[in-house]
Design a binder for this molecule. Structure first.
Ligand SMILES: C[S@@+](CC[C@H](N)C(=O)[O-])C[C@H]1O[C@@H](n2cnc3c(N)ncnc32)[C@H](O)[C@@H]1O
Length: 463
């Protein structure tokens, strides 16, 4: 059996070949075909002719590494640091920015074509002027390397830790703060987390900075609550980082890849930092989701609001509302907004943020969007617009059922994963809703393969 399988595969491990790249995967890997057999090749772009060394051969596909570029693509960016490709911090850095934007648009188009929705239009991706140093939040692992505490990143798909000082896509002030805190941790003699043995103290540093307010929150993610010299560490951060207005400790005792644990304690300053989006103020706590690219978020929300075509008389549901950023933006243009979110701290922030902005036409609930959509449906609430902004796994059938049963005129879908978006569009279509405006990708994550987009679905008349 194994013999037969081997015969069918046209390449062998360690073989050297010359191939032409035909496509890019959603993860940005080049794809070449050898007698129809796909080889995935990191760092190679469409149209490039490359010499490769086959490193892995499976039944249906294999992997190869470039040993020489014979012909390069006009879309290739040459000012590239390999570290950012290897760590996955900037896996698209080798593609020029205009080509990145088109790559993201094409990803959505290809997924639509797969389910025969070729008739839907996808608008050009909205990009940003300076596609670096945009992230307002860093979460970096802390490890010991050669006896010294380091911050850095893991190589893609591995546990190989690489110390780093410049994270390329993070706000430069965040990188500066990370380095200062790293140095303070070094002199304070506190240990870095040891993943293999689940020992050591500091697992991660999380730093968030308000784009407009410039307030900074530092979160020390520790394995246990009691950390030696913690008072000294806090004192030194306050002394050396005057922009830091909030110092928090998050405790994560589990042997897990999940960064934050359940418990967060305030060590100094405020428990939140404030930032502004579209002139609305938001207080953000450590555990709450907050979009990482503030400049593009304003564009994203404005696009969602424009597409919702609110006149001031509408009832809106904002499912997966986080700290209420979209809800409050919508509330300025609607009669009433209902929001739901699963993280209790985020809903506390959302309620607080509504009053911070003197908005009294919002109601927020803690819980699963699926449950609350059904509750609102039973309570006879008749939304004109339903906003959904789910995590990567997208929507559930039960949420789509309850949402469509309320017969809103419009469903505005903000998606961070085009694969689940397309899956969900087909479910909405089965229930009488159709995409009525071009799908708008917005580049929230330059240099990475992530794609954010806004889609509007409307109920077909007499359905
Ligand atoms: C992509 S974020 C969007 C948040 C917000 N709309 C924004 O733009 O900041 C998705 C949010 O959904 C929340 N969430 C995840 N699963 C959920 C569920 N089953 N029900 C309600 N909220 C959920 C997450 O905690 C997160 O805040």
């Amino acid at each position: 059996m194994e013999e037969i399988m081997k015969k069918q595969v046209p390449v062998t491990k360690n073989q050297k070949l010359v191939v032409t790249i035909e496509d890019l995967t959603y993860q940005g890997m080049g794809v070449a075909k050898v007698d129809g057999y796909p080889l995935f090749i990191d760092g190679a772009l469409v149209g490039e002719e490359v010499e490769v060394h086959v490193v892995k051969v499976g039944k249906n596909f294999g992997f190869a590494k470039v040993t020489n570029y014979l012909k390069t693509s006009p879309d290739r960016a040459f000012d590239v640091d390999k570290v950012y490709l290897q760590t996955g911090i900037a896996p698209l850095q080798h593609l020029t920015y205009p080509a990145q934007l088109e790559f993201k648009r094409k990803l959505v188009v290809d997924l639509l074509n797969k389910v025969h929705l070729n008739n839907l239009t996808v608008a050009p991706t909205m990009g940003m002027k300076d596609p670096y140093h945009y992230r307002n939040k860093a979460q970096v692992p802390v490890r010991e390397v050669n006896g010294q505490l380091e911050i850095g990143f893991f190589k893609r798909n591995s546990h190989d830790f690489m110390p780093l000082e410049d994270f390329l896509i993070q706000d430069e002030k965040i990188d500066e703060t990370l380095l200062k805190v790293r140095d303070i941790l070094r002199v304070s003699g506190v240990s870095a987390y040891d993943e293999a043995n689940n020992t050591g103290m500091i697992r991660h540093l999380m730093v968030r900075r308000g784009y407009y307010s410039h307030e900074i929150m530092v979160v020390l993610v520790t394995r246990v609550k009691k950390v030696p010299n913690l008072d000294q560490i806090v004192y030194l951060i306050q002394q050396q980082c005057p922009e830091v207005t909030s110092i928090m400790q998050n405790i994560n005792p589990d042997k897990t890849n999940v960064i934050l644990g359940k418990k967060t304690i305030k060590l100094a300053g405020k428990a939140t930092i404030q930032d502004t989006l579209n002139d609305l103020k938001f207080d953000i706590s450590a555990q709450s989701f907050y979009q990482v690219n503030p400049q593009q978020t304003e564009k994203l929300y404005n696009e969602a609001i424009k597409k919702a075509q609110l006149t001031g008389n509408e009832t809106v549901i904002d499912a997966y509302c986080g700290i209420g950023t979209i809800s409050l933006n919508m509330a300025k243009h609607a009669k009433k907004v209902y929001g739901v979110e699963i993280v209790p701290e985020a809903i506390e922030d959302a309620k607080h943020n509504a009053s911070l902005n003197n908005l009294d036409n919002l109601e927020f609930e803690v819980g699963e969007a699926e449950t609350w959509m059904a509750n609102w449906q039973k309570a006879g609430i008749k939304p004109d617009v339903i906003m959904v902004d789910p995590p990567r796994k997208g929507l559930t059938t039960s949420l789509i059922e309850s949402a469509t049963a309320m017969e809103p005129k419009k469903i505005v879908y903000v998606s961070c994963n085009p694969a689940t978006l397309v899956r969900d569009i087909t479910e909405f279509m089965e229930r009488g809703y159709h995409v009525t405006q071009p799908i708008q990708p917005v580049d929230q994550f330059p240099q990475t393969t992530h794609v954010e987009s806004v889609t509007v679905l409307e109920r077909t008349q007499n359905d």
